[in-house]
Design a protein. Structure first.
Length: 302
């Protein structure tokens, strides 16, 4: 007999076991995640004969559009979708995702967002009714390429940023752009993940100019700049400042798609989205349309 429902605190150990089997993370990280981030009402579970077989997390987000951010929609990002290996290839994750859409819709949440782990999964989620809705620019540069970039301009100072400071700078720089807003709790989680990897959330500044960057160390010599947000004219200086702060040889850099043309790279689809049951009925007009590929997702905990 199958059942789908929000998680309970008593489900935690079973969920940890599924996480370990599916994602292969160290116990220390799993314990950290569940201690800092687990909220039962944000997790959906699938049970067979009262045993949890699949899980997913629904991270609260907000989509903001309009020159002054006057149009907002509540949303959730699906994260850590996993099925116990003994129960895979039975469509349980797909069923649970559909259940989550209805659950979110009942709570007046309009949009469901996800970030496919691999390029080939875009087609899989399209068949489930999701559509590409977010793009970004991604470039891979080595330390020497960054060192010779751009003209000589005032240096940017780099300092670790508090989550609320990071979020304030982020929202200010993205104002007027259709983008995903995160709560300070989600940004605080990203800071913890970044610090565990050996990096951090950073504030970049020069006088009254401010920017921010979320960085994770992938290996000793490779880092992922998950989000680099600085005024267009200072992107090269922002990268130089980060390279002086973080002793890596290779940098994977993500910026909003229209930004950072000088660093090259490619513009690619990053996220997908689907309307929840709260928006499936009634007339549809231009204002009700889903975010397009020009919208910016940024931090995705991918």
């Amino acid at each position: 007999m199958k059942e789908m429902r929000p998680a309970l605190w008593s489900d935690m150990e079973r969920l940890k076991a599924i996480w370990k089997l599916c994602f292969g993370d160290e116990d220390s990280f799993i314990d950290f995640y569940f201690a800092r981030r687990f909220q039962p009402e944000q997790v959906a579970v699938y049970l067979v004969d009262q045993v949890i077989t699949a899980m997913l997390t629904m991270i609260p987000i907000q989509y903001v559009d309009g020159p002054e951010g006057e149009k907002t929609r509540q949303g959730a990002m699906l994260y850590a979708i996993a099925t116990h290996p003994d129960f895979q290839r039975r469509g349980m994750a797909s069923e649970l995702m559909e259940w989550a859409l209805a659950y979110l819709g009942s709570r007046q949440i309009e949009l469901c967002v996800l970030v496919p782990a691999e390029e080939k999964l875009f087609g899989f989620y399209e068949r489930q009714g999701y559509q590409a809705g977010f793009t970004l620019r991604e470039a891979v540069l080595n330390r020497d390429e960054i060192r010779v970039m751009g003209k000589e301009t005032p240096d940017l100072a780099v300092a670790a940023a508090l989550p609320q400071t990071y979020n304030s700078i982020r929202n200010q720089l993205l104002r007027g752009t259709p983008y995903i807003v995160y709560g300070e709790e989600e940004v605080a989680y990203q800071k913890q993940v970044s610090r565990l990897s050996g990096a951090d959330l950073y504030e970049l500044s020069s006088g009254e100019v401010q920017g921010c960057a979320a960085v994770e160390c992938l290996t000793e010599d490779k880092v992922l700049v998950k989000e680099l947000l600085v005024p267009e004219a200072l992107i090269a200086q922002g990268l130089k400042a980060l390279a002086q702060t973080i002793p890596a040889q290779e940098f994977i850099i993500r910026t909003p798609a229209p930004w950072g043309q000088g660093i090259g790279g490619q513009i690619r689809s990053f996220g997908m989205l689907k309307r929840t049951s709260s928006r499936e009925s009634g007339p549809t007009n231009q204002e009700d349309s889903l975010p397009g590929e020009g919208a910016y997702l940024g931090l995705a905990f991918d």
